[in-house]
Design a protein. Structure first.
Length: 193
C-alpha cells in the first residue's frame, strides 16, 4: 500500500481539546510521577519522559488603549457598536440608560442574556450606540455585540457563550414583497363573481 492513500492526520484542535490539554498539563505539574526502580537497570528500557504541554491561550485578549473590548453586533436592519469594560453593570444605549431606551422588560432580558450565561452579571459596564431597525432588532444587535465583546475581553468565556448561540449572527430578516401579492406571500382576497 502506498503512502499517498493513507489518510493524513488532522493537526487542528478544538476548544475542547485545548481545555483537555491544559487540564492534563495542570494535573501533571501538580503530581509528578516517579519511575519505579528496576531491579536490573540494564534489562529495563529507558524511562521516557512524557512531554508536558504548556497551557495554550485560546485566543488573545483584544482591548483598545482605554482597556475596553469593542465589538459590532447585528440583527435584522439594526447595527450596534458595543464597548465593554469592567464596572458595576451599567448599560448605556445611545446615551440613555437601558431602562429608558429599552422600556420593555423582555428587551432588557434579551440584552442581559450573554452576562447570565457567562455568570458575569453586574461585572461589566457597557456603552453601545445602535441605529437602524426597530427596538426588537436593536436589542438583538446589542446582545450580539455584548456577546462578541465579552469573548474578546475574556477569551475563556467563548465556549459558554458560543454554545448558547449568542456569537452567531441571526440571519433571519423580513422577506421581500412580491408583485401580484398583497405581502410577501399573502394573496389578494379571491372573489368568484
Amino acid at each position: 500500500m502506498s503512502d499517498t492513500n493513507t489518510p493524513q492526520e488532522d493537526g487542528r484542535q478544538s476548544l475542547a481539546d485545548l481545555a483537555r490539554l491544559t487540564q492534563t498539563a495542570a494535573a501533571a505539574a501538580a503530581a509528578p510521577v516517579a519511575a519505579p526502580a528496576a531491579p536490573h537497570a540494564e534489562d529495563a528500557p529507558a524511562a521516557v519522559a512524557a512531554p508536558v504541554a504548556e497551557p495554550v491561550a485560546l485566543r488573545p485578549q483584544q482591548l483598545d488603549k482605554f482597556g475596553r473590548a469593542y465589538a459590532t453586533g447585528r440583527r435584522k436592519d439594526a447595527v450596534a457598536r458595543v464597548w465593554l469594560r469592567p464596572g458595576s453593570g451599567k448599560i448605556i444605549v445611545n446615551g440613555r440608560d437601558q431602562t429608558v431606551y429599552f422600556a420593555r422588560p423582555t428587551l432588557r432580558l434579551v440584552i442581559n442574556q450573554p452576562f447570565d450565561v457567562a455568570e458575569r452579571r453586574d461585572q461589566y459596564d457597557v456603552v453601545a450606540t445602535v441605529m437602524g431597525g426597530g427596538l426588537s432588532g436593536q436589542a438583538g444587535a446589542v446582545k450580539h455585540g455584548i456577546a462578541q465583546a465579552l469573548t474578546r475581553f475574556e477569551p475563556a468565556l467563548r465556549t459558554a457563550v458560543k454554545q448558547a448561540g449568542f456569537l452567531t449572527r441571526d440571519s433571519r430578516v423580513v422577506e421581500r414583497k412580491k408583485y401580484g401579492k398583497a405581502k410577501a406571500r399573502r394573496s389578494f382576497q379571491f372573489s368568484k363573481r
